[in-house]
Design a binder for this molecule. Structure first.
Ligand SMILES: [Zn+2]
Length: 180
């Protein structure tokens, strides 16, 4: 139990400091098939989604559920998008809400996809997170309140922010107009 406690702390510190070591595992997402069974998934509907976790559990694959509804964190360097440079839009994998554009992404080399700005102010919501003895700001989807990751103030200009987001909760739509 003690060992588990300490390893959790170490992992949390690694996440905060963004200095995680490389892991080889490459988890595959199955969001494409998930979309068909997800009745709330939409890239255009801006209506808020407020459904109980029991419903989310039926809709979302377990790896997405554990991040979105249980505030989990994927292991660094294991996600699909941490080093992706493709042009397009990143949506919430739980509800389809557009969150980030590729032109707001930067290379942080911390093992998670990192952005310096969201697609719009309303696309995200924030909450203080004092877990693991740290003062962090949690980032959630503005439409369905899925946990996405955290935002830190050590990002590049022009915002100085680093949105550190789990790949699992992102759904990438390639191409399109990425202008703001
Ligand atoms: Zn969402």
């Amino acid at each position: 139990m003690k060992a588990l406690f300490y390893s959790t702390i170490i992992f949390a510190v690694v996440l905060a400091g963004c200095a995680g070591s490389s892991a080889k595992q490459d988890k595959k997402m199955n969001m494409d098939s998930n979309k068909k069974e997800n009745p709330v998934y939409s890239g255009t509907d801006t209506g808020k989604v407020d459904i109980p976790n029991e419903e989310w559990k039926k809709i979302l694959p377990s790896n997405v559920y554990s991040i979105a509804r249980e505030k989990g964190t994927e292991r660094p360097f294991t996600g699909k998008y941490w080093d992706s440079k493709e042009i397009g839009t990143y949506h919430c994998a739980a509800c389809g809400n557009p969150l980030f554009k590729s032109n707001g992404k930067f290379e942080s080399n911390c093992g998670w996809p990192s952005f310096f700005e969201p697609i719009s102010k309303g696309s995200l919501i924030y909450a203080p997170d004092n877990s693991y003895g740290m003062k962090r700001t949690e980032v959630m989807c503005g439409r369905c309140k899925a946990h996405l990751g955290h935002v830190f103030d050590d990002g590049p200009p022009p915002t100085g922010l680093r949105y550190c987001i789990n790949s699992v909760i992102l759904d990438f739509e390639k191409g399109g107009d990425v202008k703001k």
